[in-house]
Design a protein around this ligand. Structure first.
Ligand code: BGC
Length: 301
């Protein structure tokens, strides 16, 4: 019906972002997600990290990539204007080895696709897992919760966690009626908890050169849809379970975002690959530059 809405959660002002928020629109790194026990051993050396989420290090501690000021420039790539952000993340920052050079490039393509392309390189082997942590609500930012959205995730297995959300180095098949989203699931038709709505899904076909479908979301009242594609082997589906858990999270327009007021589709590798190498490849090596692409295509039906 030609009705547009702002479908991402966020703040009205820069000051609002600086005052703190749960990763609205953020690039999360150097390691998005949880490193179990907030430490790892690499090439014989043990590296302690900040435990900021129970026993785990979440999103690299309290001063991850979301807290850095990135250098911004516009580039023209084959006729398409793009925004390129870059940082240098020095050796030892947040306890990680190696200086990492990282870029994130955003483009809005002709078919209403938001393209997010990442590159990174390092001078020492380091755990590395990047994602975009945007929260979406296809009803519109501040228009209540996401219940009623139809969620589809193209994955037949999930990363097993314990009650603290600590990764267990295990992968288990999705369970019908619980965390199986291979056919669209109406959010709210089953209880949403950390085992089905804050969990890493291993996307079918693993890491790929070209982006493949990871998730598709449809909100029937507005007709809006997002199709998510990625070269990454997984996606953390987070249904905003803890929004406003520690006090009202005031968003755009002065509206308080409720719990489940937005969902994230955080395309990524298995965050704790450094402790469980058989589970994923979230490791950056000097001779193997990283590149990765995630696409969110918006449409209506
Ligand atoms: C995590 C959630 C966490 C959220 C905001 C997600 O990536 O999986 O547990 O609450 O980020 O920090």
């Amino acid at each position: 019906a030609g009705k547009l809405a702002d479908v991402v959660l966020g703040k009205d002002t820069l000051e609002g972002y600086v005052a703190g928020h749960p990763y609205f629109g953020a690039t999360t790194g150097r390691v998005a997600g949880r490193i179990s026990g907030a430490q790892f051993t690499l090439e014989g050396k043990t590296y302690p990290l900040e435990a900021n989420n129970g026993p785990n290090c979440l999103h690299s501690g309290l001063k991850g990539y979301d807290k850095l000021v990135w250098a911004a420039e516009t580039i023209n790539d084959h006729g398409v204007d793009k925004l390129r952000l870059s940082i240098t993340d020095p050796d030892g920052r947040n306890g990680f080895p190696g200086t990492v050079e990282c870029t994130v490039t955003y483009a809005l393509l002709d078919d209403n696709t938001l393209e997010i392309a990442y590159t990174a390189s390092t001078d020492k082997t380091t755990p590395f897992n990047l994602t975009n942590h945007s929260y979406f609500n296809l009803k519109g930012s501040g228009k209540g919760d996401i219940l009623g959205h139809e969620m589809q995730i193209f994955a037949d297995s999930v990363a097993t966690i314990d009650a603290d959300a600590t990764l267990q180095g295990r992968r288990d098949p999705v369970v019908a009626g619980f965390n199986d989203y291979r056919e669209p699931v109406v959010l709210g038709s089953r209880e949403l908890n950390i085992n089905n709505a804050d969990i890493h899904f291993f996307v079918d076909n693993g890491r790929t050169k070209l982006p493949k479908p990871a998730a598709a979301v449809h909100e029937p009242k507005s007709g809006r849809t997002i199709a998510g594609r990625t070269t990454e082997p997984g996606v953390q589906f987070y249904a905003g379970l803890f929004l406003s858990a520690d006090g009202p999270e005031i968003g755009k327009g002065g509206v308080t975002y409720p719990a489940k007021g937005g969902f994230c589709l955080e395309t990524q590798d298995y965050a704790d690959s450094v402790n469980f190498p058989e589970m994923g490849g979230a490791i950056l090596k000097p001779d193997e530059p990283f590149c990765s692409t995630t696409l969110y295509r918006f449409s209506a039906k």
